[in-house]
Ligand binder design. Structure first.
Ligand SMILES: C[S@@+](CC[C@H](N)C(=O)[O-])C[C@H]1O[C@@H](n2cnc3c(N)ncnc32)[C@H](O)[C@@H]1O
Length: 287
């Protein structure tokens, strides 16, 4: 096994379709999450929401639906993803309430203005100093406001342990290799700091009062619809790139068969592919 990529830099623009369709497929899970948020912060009092690291804005739209009196600002460093967010908002008739804001974080964080609700989904782990970032976000909250952070949860699963080709347990091995990639990605971030990923404790350390942690399940059993199948292909293709050089050649060969649209054992054709995952939402309030 050679020792992998030169760099763990992520081309976010290129990931646009994967991020957008991925969040669309997970919308039922995020709807449950935003319903729960409405129990924690009455919608009538939420006038401004920041969606930090919004990407293509699928969840921004769900936040706008859940909090009908709020202006929702999609904040991201990748302009083309914000263009996707703006186009989605216009298509959904939410263009008057959803704004986009290009910001390179953490540098521009303090300039984002106050908010009653801040959502940061799959974002904080892309910053070198996660503790400092949570502290800055917490200070943007108005009194009584809520910070909601999506991190951790469970890695998605899509195939039986033994799906008939290659050695059983491929997804576990891919998952372990992705963890190695993730550790390198974090180590190479500017200002990278090691941190115990105890998100509730980190929120408390940032001066906020933890107000609950919940995990939301997404369960799309086999056989999955074509839209989900295509999303699985994109997700496996992305993972295959990450684990190149980290997995033995026989596993890579199986991944290639799964990705081959002509292969009867490929993800587009097989009847046993499913989508099962969970996302964890950590919340904390500014007193
Ligand atoms: C994993 S995506 C999450 C997208 C969306 N929140 C979701 O859950 O589907 C991370 C997002 O953070 C943005 N991002 C990463 N690092 C950033 C930085 N330093 N400043 C601003 N945005 C950043 C990327 O452009 C990307 O859209």
């Amino acid at each position: 096994m050679s020792n992998h990529h030169d760099s763990t830099h992520i081309d976010w623009d290129e990931l646009g379709p994967l991020l957008e369709r991925g969040a669309e497929v997970q919308s039922p899970l995020y709807r449950q999450a935003t319903d729960w948020l409405r129990e924690l912060v009455p919608a009538g009092g939420v006038r401004r929401i920041l969606d930090i690291g919004s990407g293509p804005g699928v969840i921004t739209g769900l936040l706008a639906e859940a909090f009908p009196y709020a202006e929702v600002v999609a904040v991201d460093g990748t302009e083309p993803l914000l263009e996707r967010a703006a186009a989605r908002a216009a298509r959904a008739g939410q263009g008057d309430r959803i704004r986009t804001r290009t910001a390179e974080l953490p540098d521009d964080m303090a300039d984002l203005g106050e908010a009653d609700l801040i959502w940061a989904g799959g974002f904080v782990h892309h910053l070198g100093d996660q503790r400092a970032a949570l502290g800055t976000l917490g200070r943007l909250l108005r009194p009584g406001g809520l910070l909601a952070v999506v991190e951790g949860g469970l890695p998605a699963r899509h195939l039986p342990r033994d799906f008939g080709i290659g050695r059983p347990g491929l997804e576990s091995r891919v998952g372990a290799a992705v963890e190695d990639w993730f550790a390198r990605m974090r180590a190479e971030l500017p200002g990278a700091k090691d941190e115990v990923e105890d998100w509730r404790a980190l929120l408390a350390a940032s001066g906020l009062t933890p107000s609950g942690t919940r995990s939301f399940l997404l369960d799309v059993p086999a056989p999955v619809p074509l839209s989900v199948r295509e999303q699985l292909v994109s997700a496996f293709a992305w993972q295959r790139r990450l684990v190149e050089g980290l997995l033995p050649a026989d596993d890579i060969a199986v991944l290639d068969r799964l990705l081959d649209p002509e292969d009867a054992e490929g993800l587009l054709q097989r009847s046993d592919a499913y989508l099962l995952t969970a996302r964890t939402l950590y919340t904390a309030r500014r007193d």
